[in-house]
Design a protein around this ligand. Structure first.
Ligand code: NAD
Ligand code: UDX
Length: 481
């Protein structure tokens, strides 16, 4: 029987940090050490200002840090001491070589596995928590067994993480399910039982699902693909709504009351962002291609195509409404994070909207309540976004509040659904803006009638707001994307 006293987590990122903080919080009898090769990240985890913003995270970390939760750069000691090791390293989309732009880059996973093989002096349960292509656990097992020391045994489990950013702690404390995949041998089942035991400290047994490793790995990709597909489906509807006079929120409500469809995750938007959806759908597309399933690959690829189309469509609408030119016009962007309640900007729709507007020569003034200035500038200056970094310096300014961003602007563009944007003083904003003053609500969060009563010209996703704006919408809808 395997007993677990010490847990090590390799990777102190958005997943490793919060998930291990919750394990430590709920399992006072266990010692949890989160290790990372980035000394800067570890120093931040050990400081008063944690490297990521997540509601309730500060409280949970402060309650356990220094007691049974530790953050360290000593990867070797972390591995050596633990009976159970989570691998929570990043698995970004490959930017070079075979599968470039689609396949997951597994170099960090492999280096973590090799590190474990190098330093382990006794048997370990190795848990793959990062999102990986199907059969990655087998590769980890192969690397471990090819480098195994006498007397050491490994069991590799798959335990994908389903937390969403902005609600990570709530999701971890009360998960819909915990998924554990493993080898169906006696040793495999024992290892699965040891991990189940950890989760049973706070998760009801009925919510802990076990299955074979490959099903578990594929289920993670499948869940993200289904979720992303729902957003692309409602966004595709939003385009039809704009052409017909239907209202996408009403359509979402109508279909969401069908218990087979359900009401969640049907909010039309400027497009999904975040580090996971695009990466994981592309990862599956690549997997399908490798498995010689081109029809299946094309089906899922379309989820990404609609998302690209939605961001582009929304930005074109901005330009067309502003009399077909935004060159040298000031445009305020409210929200830069990929969703509310996070400071994360990975794949944020705001980056794409900014990119297209910069290419048209607009001056953009950005406000976000949580994203630091240097991060916004970095995101806009990176090679995927611009080939003219000096343009970013000239054309972008970051504002400490939304009213400053609006000052002297032709248009206000909502890119993130931060709650605070609903309660701004829009009369004050209207007074500071050039006329006609436009608002483009990319998240369907504002009271559009009220804004129109104040004098704003309002455009949003998936509905026509007034007669004189219909023409603009029509022109756009008939144009080629
Ligand atoms: P991240 O980039 O925030 O964190 C990864 C960390 O791993 C980094 O701090 C990096 O320095 C460290 N690292 C990489 N290689 C290492 C090594 N060999 N040794 C020590 N440290 C190493 O990534 P993340 O957002 O936490 O995502 C991690 C994984 O979890 C990914 O596979 C992702 O797809 C998956 N996931 C993410 C989310 C999410 O919401 N972010 C949700 C579910 C699953
Ligand atoms: C997602 C999955 O939800 C989570 O289970 C997985 O572990 C990681 O990937 P995350 O990317 O953190 O989580 O956030 P999520 O809430 O899924 O939002 C992703 C994007 O979709 C955001 O840009 C969000 O604004 C957008 N979205 C979400 C919509 O546009 N409409 C919706 O109805 C829901």
């Amino acid at each position: 029987n395997m007993t677990v006293n010490k847990i090590c987590c390799i990777g102190a990122g958005y997943v490793g940090g919060p998930s291990c903080a919750v394990i430590a919080h709920k399992c006072p009898n266990l010692q949890v050490t989160v290790v990372d090769q980035s000394a800067e990240r570890i120093a931040q985890w050990n400081s008063d200002k944690l490297p990521i913003f997540e509601p309730q995270l500060d409280e949970v970390v402060k309650a356990c840090r220094g007691h049974n939760l530790f953050f360290s750069t000593d990867v070797e000691k972390g591995i050596r001491d633990a009976e159970l090791i989570f691998i929570c390293v990043n698995t970004p989309t490959k930017t070079f070589g075979w599968g470039k732009g689609r396949a997951a880059d597994l170099k960090y996973i492999e280096s973590a596995a090799r590190r474990i093989a190098e330093v382990a002096q006794n048997s370990k349960i190795v848990v793959e928590k990062s999102t990986v292509p199907v059969k990655a656990a087998e590769s980890i097992a192969n690397i471990l067994s090819a480098n195994v020391k006498p007397g050491v045994k490994y069991q590799v489990l798959s335990n994908p993480e389903f937390l969403a950013e902005g609600t990570a702690i709530a999701d971890l404390l009360n998960p819909d399910r915990v998924l554990i995949g493993g080898d169906q041998s006696i040793e495999g089942l024992e290892a699965m039982e040891a991990l189940c035991w950890v989760y049973r400290h706070w998760v009801p047994s009925g919510n802990i699902i076990t299955m074979n490793t490959w099903s578990s790995e594929l289920s993670k990709l499948a869940a993200n693909a289904f979720l992303a597909q729902r957003i692309s489906s409602i966004n595709a509807m939003s385009a039809i709504c704009e052409c017909t006079g239907a209202d996408v929120d009403e359509v979402a409500h109508a279909i969401g009351t069908d218990s087979r469809i359900g009401p969640k995750f049907l909010k039309a938007s400027v497009g999904f962002g975040g580090s996971c959806f695009q990466k994981d759908v592309l990862n599956m597309v690549y997997l399908c291609e490798c498995l010689n399933l081109p029809e299946v690959a094309a089906y899922w690829q379309q989820v990404i195509a609609i998302n690209d189309y939605q961001r582009m469509r929304f930005t074109k609408r901005i330009v067309e409404s502003l009399f077909n030119t935004v060159t040298n016009k000031r445009i305020a962007i409210l929200g830069f994070a990929f969703k509310k309640d996070t400071g994360d900007t990975r794949e944020s729709a705001a980056i794409y909207v900014s990119k297209y507007l910069l290419e048209e020569g607009a001056h953009i003034r950005i406000y976000d309540p949580k994203v630091p200035e240097d991060q916004i500038i970095n995101d806009l200056t990176c090679v995927e976004v611009t080939d003219q970094p000096e343009k970013v310096k000239q054309l972008v300014s970051i504002c400490p509040d939304p009213y400053l961003a609006a000052e002297g602007s032709h248009a206000l563009v909502i890119c993130t659904e931060w709650d605070e944007f609903q309660s701004l003083d829009y009369q004050r904003i209207y007074n500071k803006m050039l006329k006609p003053a436009f608002i483009f609500d990319g998240r369907l969060i504002l009271n559009h009638q009220k804004l129109m009563d104040l004098g704003f010209k309002v455009e949003t996703i998936g509905k026509r707001l007034s007669r004189d704006q219909t023409k603009v919408v029509r022109t756009f809808a008939n144009g080629t994307p």
